[in-house]
Design a protein around this ligand. Structure first.
Ligand SMILES: Nc1ncnc2c1ncn2[C@@H]1O[C@H](COP(=O)(O)OP(=O)(O)OP(=O)(O)O)[C@@H](O)[C@H]1O
Ligand SMILES: [Mg+2]
Length: 419
């Protein structure tokens, strides 16, 4: 490893359903990284965000690592890894502790979060993240940062994210079999949100949906804290499958058509606009109307967006999204997604509500080979680097050392999630 970098090196591995992306960066200061290498490989060992074939996944990770090492010129030893999948669940919980020294210290916050852990979680699951939403001291006003405040009793409202132990173990095993130590596993939408949302947006209130190949990962922020998360096991690959079935063509041809001619919102398409497709049994080409393609894609896109928006509305969280809604991940590149999202949001919120801005989220690295990240498919990978940076600031390495130390590290990790 080039020694100049070794202690400042941060690596992320986004183990996606369609691609594995390894990003290599050098820490510049507490908030910035310089991207120095990237490796991307085709992924075919996952289904709907979870590992279903260890050998194929290991192979894909190795391919991406090899390229990342070549482009960066460093040897990759450890990395932050993203996790997603239909097994991910979230719940809210409260924790309360006595403030021992008269004013709140970091340990009181850690203890309050530890107390919030005392809540039932699904069997076979473990707590992936405990994210503070707000604190109260002696039952008074909500505060975001209680450090140093005086009082007797500290209470925290926390958002807990759990994942299936087996799925996490398979993921860790694949990365380690590819020769890399896992520094921490991080929920993918928390990473994507770090990459594409501004601090102001999170303060005002914003929703973000990362539509990948296998899962659509949602996160909602307000007052700078996480309010809600959700993972839907429906995403870009479903669009491709729907096209392959609907137009009787191969998956490869369906994927090409989706990217070239696909659209999720009929009003954007001119009547009589058409294109040619390869038929499945080599029976030549056929002309297809673009509006017929939209008739396949729009219902699937509507299904994904409606599930998310109705869930937000059902929980009474819609008013929190005052800065609007951001779409990211490869699925957001399907033409018409922002327009459709805007339309469905208006119908879920009621006709008289203000039009909500919807935009596509691009990761915005400031230094290094930045043009190579200019696509929403890199939101998770770049966000994982930023999460790694944050954890490094708090000197956290969750998966190393003996188990007791690991638990303490995990607690520190929750604190890092807060700050
Ligand atoms: N221009 C485009 N138009 C439509 N869809 C696109 C476009 N570009 C990429 N996609 C789709 O985006 C999906 C891949 O997105 P992404 O790379 O974010 O997923 P992933 O990270 O591999 O999967 P996941 O996060 O679900 O595990 C694929 O289904 C792909 O077809
Ligand atoms: Mg992804």
């Amino acid at each position: 490893m080039a020694s100049v970098f070794s202690d400042r090196l941060i690596v992320s591995i986004d183990v996606g359903t369609t691609k594995i992306c390894v990003l290599v960066a050098q820490q510049l200061d507490d908030e910035h990284v310089e991207l120095i290498g990237i490796g991307k490989a085709y992924s075919d060992g996952l289904k709907k965000g979870v590992v279903v074939d260890i050998a194929r996944t290991v192979n894909s990770i190795k391919n991406a690592l090899k390229e990342a090492e070549l482009t960066s010129g460093v040897t990759i030893e450890s990395a932050y890894v993203g996790i997603s999948g239909g097994h991910i669940k979230s719940l809210n919980s409260q924790g309360m502790v006595a403030i021992k020294g008269g004013s709140v210290r970091p340990l009181d916050i850690a203890n309050a979060l530890e107390a919030a852990k005392a809540t039932p979680i699904p069997e076979g699951h473990y707590m992936l993240h405990i994210l503070p939403q707000y604190f109260t001291i002696d039952g008074s006003e909500r505060v975001q940062d209680p450090l140093g405040m005086h009082g007797l009793r500290l209470e925290v409202q926390a958002h807990i994210i759990t994942g299936a132990i087996a799925s996490a173990q398979n993921l860790i095993k694949c990365v380690e079999m590819a020769g890399v130590k896992v520094q921490d596993i991080i929920l993918e939408q928390l990473a994507s949100a770090d990459a594409v949302l501004s601090a102001d947006e999170r303060e005002l209130g914003i929703g973000m949906l990362d539509i990948g190949g296998g899962t659509s990962d949602f996160a909602l922020y307000q007052n700078g804290s996480i309010r809600h998360t959700m993972v839907l096991p429906v995403a870009g690959n479903h669009f491709t499958n729907d096209i392959a079935i609907g137009l009787r063509t191969t998956r490869a041809e369906a994927e090409r058509i989706k990217k070239e001619f696909g659209c999720a919102y009929a009003p954007l398409i001119h009547e009589n606009s058409s294109f040619l497709i390869e038929m499945v049994q080599g029976s030549g080409k056929q002309t297809v109307q673009r509006l017929d393609l939209v008739a396949i894609l729009q219902p699937r896109a509507t299904e994904i967006l409606s599930i998310v928006f109705q869930d937000i509305a059902h929980r009474g969280l819609m008013p929190m999204m005052s800065a609007g809604f951001v779409l990211t991940g490869g699925g957001s590149l399907l033409q018409g997604m922002p327009e459709l999202a805007n339309n469905i949001l208006a119908s879920v919120r009621g006709e008289h509500s203000r039009n909500m801005p919807v935009r596509i989220g691009y990761p915005k690295p400031q230094v290094g080979i930045i043009e190579s990240l200019d696509s929403p498919i890199y939101a998770t990978g770049y966000g994982l680097l930023l999460q790694g940076l944050k954890k490094r600031r708090h000197n956290i390495d969750s998966f190393s050392g003996p188990s007791v130390k690991r638990v303490l590290m995990r607690m520190k990790s929750w604190i890092a999630d807060f700050f």
